[in-house]
Design a protein around this ligand. Structure first.
Ligand code: IPE
Ligand code: IPE
Ligand code: MG
Length: 229
C-alpha cells in the first residue's frame, strides 16, 4: 500500500444482513447478529490499520419508520448486547464512542446506554467509533440549517458545525456492502468528496480481508477535488 494513503475516516454502510439470513433460511435477526460479529472484528482491524475515525450506519431513519416492530426490537436487543459486551474493551483500548442521529425517540434504556457510552469516552482518543442510529442525512441537514439560522449565520462552515458529525473530519472512504449502489441517506453533506466503494459481499461475510481490499483500492484512487493533478 502507498505510504500515507490510509483513509483517515471510513464510513461503512453495513447492508445485506437480511439476505445473508434468508439464504440460510434463518430469521433476519440472526443475520443482524452475524453482522454484529463481523463488525467487532472489523473495528479492531480498522484501528490497527491506522484508520482514525470509523463511522457505522447501524439504523437509518427510514429503517425505524419502515420495518416491522419485531425486527426493530431485535435490532435494539443487539444494540444492548453490543454495548454491554464491548464498551469495556473499547474504553480500555482508548477508543472514543460517538453517536449520530436522533436518539430521542429510542427506548429510554437504549438512550441512557448510548449517552453513557459517549460521555465515558477518553479525551484525545486516537480512534473514534461513531454509530449512526436513527440517522438520516436529510434530517441532519435540516436540523443543522435551523440551528445555523438561529445563530444568525448560514454558511457552509456554520452548517457543518451544527451537523451531528461536528468535530469529525469528512469521510475519505465510504464502503457499502450488500450489492446496492446507493447511499440511502448516509452522510449526504459530508460525503461530497468521499471515495465510494461498493461490494456485493453481504455484511456478515465482509471479512478483514475484504476490508483490506477496499483500503487497497482507496490507496490507488486519485483524489482531485476539482483540480487537475
Ligand atoms: C442492513 O442489513 C442492516 C440494517 C439496515 C439495520 P439489511 O437488514 O438491510 O439486509 P438486507 O438488505 O435486507 O439484506
Ligand atoms: C441502509 O441499508 C441502512 C443501513 C445499513 C443502516 P438499507 O437496507 O436500509 O437501505 P435500502 O433500503 O436498501 O436503501
Ligand atoms: Mg438492506
Amino acid at each position: 500500500m502507498k505510504l500515507g494513503a490510509t483513509p483517515r475516516h471510513v464510513g461503512l454502510i453495513m447492508d445485506g444482513n437480511g439476505r445473508w439470513a434468508k439464504k440460510r433460511l434463518l430469521p433476519r435477526t440472526v443475520g443482524h447478529g452475524a453482522g454484529m460479529d463481523a463488525l467487532v472484528k472489523l473495528t479492531a482491524h480498522a484501528k490497527e490499520a491506522g484508520v482514525e475515525y470509523f463511522t457505522l450506519y447501524a439504523l437509518s431513519t427510514e429503517n425505524l419508520k419502515n420495518r416491522p416492530q419485531s425486527e426493530i426490537d431485535g435490532l435494539f436487543n443487539l444494540l444492548r448486547k453490543y454495548f454491554t459486551g464491548n464498551i469495556g474493551k473499547l474504553r480500555e483500548g482508548g477508543t472514543a464512542v460517538k453517536i449520530i442521529g436522533d436518539i430521542s425517540v429510542l427506548p429510554q434504556d437504549i438512550r441512557e446506554m448510548l449517552q453513557s457510552a459517549q460521555s465515558g469516552s477518553p479525551e484525545g482518543a486516537k480512534f473514534t467509533l461513531t454509530f449512526a442510529i436513527n440517522y438520516g442525512g436529510r434530517p441532519e441537514i435540516v436540523r443543522a440549517a435551523q440551528l445555523a439560522a438561529a445563530s444568525g449565520e448560514v454558511t457552509a462552515d456554520s452548517l457543518a458545525k451544527n451537523l451531528y458529525t461536528a468535530g469529525l473530519p469528512d469521510p475519505d472512504l465510504i464502503i457499502r456492502t450488500g450489492g446496492e449502489i446507493r447511499l440511502s441517506n448516509f452522510l449526504l453533506w459530508q460525503s461530497a468528496y468521499a471515495e465510494l466503494y461498493f461490494t456485493p459481499v453481504l455484511f456478515p461475510d465482509f471479512s478483514v480481508k475484504e476490508f483490506d481490499k477496499a483500503l487497497k483500492e482507496y490507496s490507488e484512487r486519485n483524489r482531485r477535488y476539482g483540480g487537475i493533478k
